[in-house]
Design a protein around this ligand. Structure first.
Ligand SMILES: Nc1ncnc2c1ncn2[C@@H]1O[C@H](COP(=O)(O)OP(=O)(O)O)[C@@H](O)[C@H]1O
Ligand SMILES: CC(C)(COP(=O)(O)O)[C@@H](O)C(=O)NCCC(=O)O
Length: 317
């Protein structure tokens, strides 16, 4: 029997070794083809990490989906209503810039789609709901990109409400990291998936207060589950610099890149630029707006300096 690593808490906390034991009992471990397909995602994920951490996580998420569906059916029956069409199971994935949200979300999309009960898994990032740069300039928010006020929060809330309402097709704007801006006229469409993964810095943030002081609805009010990807700020800062350098060596050489001027920097200058972007924007945003949302998550994945998950914290039902 698995023993939680600590008691007297509203969470079940499992250290890495205990969590990894779940992999031994997880139904249908990864096939060789699936391992190859995951490697094809192009992310630098260690396959032991997939087997020991993300496969059991996908299994727990699948259990939550199954029981949410059963509760939905029982509720409809109790209300004497014909079993309405199910709405997507919405999972929010939050955490700092560069902590690994997108990588975790892409991996979970692949793993969750393999369970026959819910093969249709959609992934949307909240980056697309950042105001376009022209609007950020107008609002004097370019140095606050990623802060709560830099997003079109009404449109993001409307998107999640429409998906959770079971609408046939719901569109979301698309952000380009190459252009460092929302792509004009480019939309992604969500068509009643079994599961929607919504990834972004801001997915767990509380509702903004209206001018009359009344609090509105938060995006996470419509989540069925949420994951916070967590790590020490210094580790995330180094991951951010490393990612910036990977981009400096590749994407920034593209004439279309917003950062093409950074492609001419020396390596040392590029490192200093990345550090200044972190120290001036992403680090303060993590401290002020993102880390305070960690306690709102259903599950916290805590990573060490090598991205390996050190412990998992799951809120008790
Ligand atoms: N599990 C992991 N193992 C190794 N590297 C990772 C892992 N997750 C993320 N990374 C790396 O860390 C950096 C940030 O990851 P990314 O998914 O872009 O973060 P976010 O979406 O939170 O900004 C990227 O360079 C990515 O390759
Ligand atoms: C667009 C973002 C807010 C999104 O964050 P991410 O998807 O990297 O977690 C962030 O990458 C960003 O651009 N922040 C502004 C400061 C900077 O250029 O890093």
């Amino acid at each position: 029997m698995l023993q939680p690593s600590r008691e007297v808490t509203p969470y079940t906390e499992l250290d890495r070794a205990t969590w990894a034991q779940l992999a031994e009992t997880t139904v249908s471990p990864l096939t060789a083809d699936e391992v190859e397909r995951l490697r094809g995602l192009g992310d630098e994920i260690d396959m032991d990490e997939v087997r020991e951490v993300y496969l059991p996580l996908s299994r727990i998420l699948s259990l939550y989906v199954r029981h949410a569906r059963a509760l939905h059916a029982d509720t409809e029956s109790f209300l004497g209503k014909p079993a309405a069409t199910r709405t997507p199971f919405v999972i929010g994935i939050g955490g700092s810039v560069a902590v690994g949200k997108s990588t975790t979300a892409r991996l979970l999309r692949e793993l969750l789609a393999r369970w026959p009960e819910h093969p249709r898994v959609a992934l949307v990032t909240t980056d697309g709901f950042l105001w376009p740069n022209a609007e950020l300039e107008r609002r004097n928010l370019m140095q606050r990109k990623g802060f709560p006020e830099s997003y079109d929060r009404k449109a993001l809330l409307r998107f999640v409400v429409e998906v959770k309402s079971g609408m046939d097709a719901v569109e979301a704007p698309v952000y380009s990291h190459l252009h460092y801006d929302r792509m004009p006229g480019v939309r992604t469409t969500v068509e009643q998936p079994d599961i929607l993964l919504l990834e972004g810095l801001n997915v767990l943030q509380p509702a903004p207060r209206h001018a009359d002081g009344k609090s509105g609805l938060a995006v996470s009010d419509f989540f069925d589950f949420s994951v916070y990807v967590d790590a020490a700020a210094d580790d995330v800062r180094s991951w951010y610099v490393a990612r910036f350098l990977k981009l400096w060596e590749t994407a920034f050489r593209n004439p279309e890149s917003y950062f093409v001027r950074y492609g001419e920097l020396s390596r040392q200058e590029a490192i200093k630029k990345a550090e200044s972007l972190w120290d001036g924007i992403n680090g303060p945003n993590l401290r002020e707006n993102i880390l305070p949302t960690r306690s709102r998550a259903t599950l916290v994945l805590r990573k060490g300096p090598d991205h390996a998950v050190r412990w998992v914290r799951l809120r008790k039902l």
